[in-house]
Design a protein around this ligand. Structure first.
Ligand SMILES: Nc1ncnc2c1ncn2[C@@H]1O[C@H](COP(=O)(O)OP(=O)(O)O)[C@@H](O)[C@H]1O
Ligand SMILES: [Mg+2]
Length: 413
């Protein structure tokens, strides 16, 4: 009989012990215990009711919003971006507060306030660890310079069209080359970076066009950068400072202002997917070129010159600028513009008005390919003035630009 009573008590005790183990494990706060009479009876004590700890960062952050920063107009530490981490680690809440400098006089006060808020909500059973790190405040970004390269990330080749000297036909080559590449089936854009003399609007008869622009919204609701849509015509996407400022105004722009405007003309434009983005660069080899080459992921350049000695002397500077260590971009080749003149009434005659083969010789000197020789043709000048680029036609002048486009495409791959 005693034996059965003892057996009954023993079986019940085992059942309770299993149950108690379950209780122990189910409460994150209490460590699992080894089986043992003493431990067993302890675990049977009624557990002190407490609120369940938060299981995600958002809940902890909600609690921390109660902690106001006394020196910042009582804004809370979450809103001030001071909470670098907030996580639940088993039974432990870990909060990391970021301070802009070592030994912040308010650090201790804020750590205490965080602990107090967490204990108020979670009870004393949860272990609370509040740590600090030093994170320097990001320096305020200068307007216009905080442009990322997202808008040009889907462009295969960004190529500068440069010249040592003005007036050698750089813009005419750039515009016609863009049209010719588009006619070969490539997706093409052209950014007119010649802030001192934007000629793309006139050369494409898009003067007066006003590109659509809007302010982008970031995911967190903050205002992002302004996005500009290029003007599309002749199968090419065009962008020019000339769409925003009359040429006489652009002329008075100086240094940094011009640089910023230029970067915007390229990095704020929604180009989409392109095979080629040509950049009609300002003439010369100044700061603007250096800044452009550094801030825009330009792949390389082509250089336009007439065969005249005086123009070629400057081309040398242009080539050296790109090859120089600080820019270090390949020059894909030279385009000799106004290479000769052939009057309509004497189609077999070539007059070398600016000298013969100057560009060719320069290309040989630098071991660069001569991408093309384009003669001085009246229809090229007329096309430029009327806004109908010569490259739109297969005949006459158009053929030279189509050849040039094929050679360049072959050159850059
Ligand atoms: N191959 C050419 N044949 C005839 N006229 C040309 C040719 N290339 C350029 N021009 C003309 O020369 C002038 C200067 O050309 P432009 O492209 O504006 O030079 P840049 O951009 O180097 O200052 C323009 O009037 C243009 O129409
Ligand atoms: Mg020009």
């Amino acid at each position: 009989m005693y034996f059965f009573i003892a057996l009954h008590i023993f079986t019940n005790l085992r059942a309770s012990r299993e149950k108690s183990k379950f209780i122990c494990y189910s409460e994150a706060k209490v460590k699992p215990r080894e089986a043992g009479t003493y431990e067993f009876f302890l675990s049977l004590r009624p557990q002190k009711p407490q609120r369940l700890p938060p299981n995600n960062t958002m809940e902890i952050l909600d609690i921390l919003k109660e902690v106001e920063h006394p020196a910042k107009g009582d804004r809370n530490i979450v809103e001030l971006g001071m909470v670098d981490q907030a996580r639940m680690d088993g039974n432990k809440v870990v909060v990391v507060l970021a301070f802009p400098k070592h030994r912040d006089p308010l650090a201790e006060y804020l750590i205490g306030s965080c602990k107090a808020a967490l204990i108020r909500h979670l009870g004393k059973g949860v272990e609370i660890l509040v740590e600090t790190i030093v994170k320097e405040e990001p320096k305020p970004k200068k307007a216009g310079l905080n442009l990322g390269t997202e808008e040009v990330e889907n462009i295969r080749h960004i190529i500068g069209v440069a010249s040592g000297k003005g007036g050698v036909g750089k813009s005419t080559v750039a515009v016609n080359l863009a049209v010719a590449l588009a006619r070969l089936g490539y997706k093409v854009g052209l950014a007119d970076a010649d802030v001192y003399g934007p000629s793309v609007p006139k050369m494409t008869q898009t003067e007066g066009a006003s590109p659509e622009a809007w302010q982008e919204l970031k995911e967190n609701g903050e205002e992002g950068k302004e996005i500009i849509l290029p003007i599309e015509k002749y199968g090419v996407k065009w962008m020019s400072i000339g769409y925003f400022a009359p040429p006489e105004q652009a002329l008075i722009w100086r240094g940094p202002m011009a640089c910023n405007a230029l970067k915007q003309m390229i990095l704020q434009v929604r180009w989409g997917e392109l095979d080629f983005l040509l950049i009609d660069m300002p003439p010369g080899t100044g700061d603007i070129h250096l800044s452009l080459a550094h801030d825009i992921p330009m792949q390389g350049a082509i250089i336009v010159s007439t065969p005249q000695d005086i123009a070629l002397a400057d081309v040398e500077k242009g080539v050296n600028m790109f090859l120089n260590e600080s820019i270090n971009k390949p020059v894909y080749g030279l385009v000799e513009n106004m290479a000769w003149f052939t009057p309509a009434e004497l189609p077999d005659h070539k007059y070398y008005i600016f000298g013969k083969d100057g560009g060719k010789k320069m290309a040989e000197k630098y071991g660069l390919p001569l991408l093309g020789q384009i003669p001085l043709i009246q229809s090229i000048r007329e096309g430029a003035d009327q806004g109908e680029p010569a490259a739109l036609s297969d005949e006459g002048a158009g053929a030279y630009y189509l050849d040039l486009a094929r050679t360049l495409a072959g050159q850059v791959g």
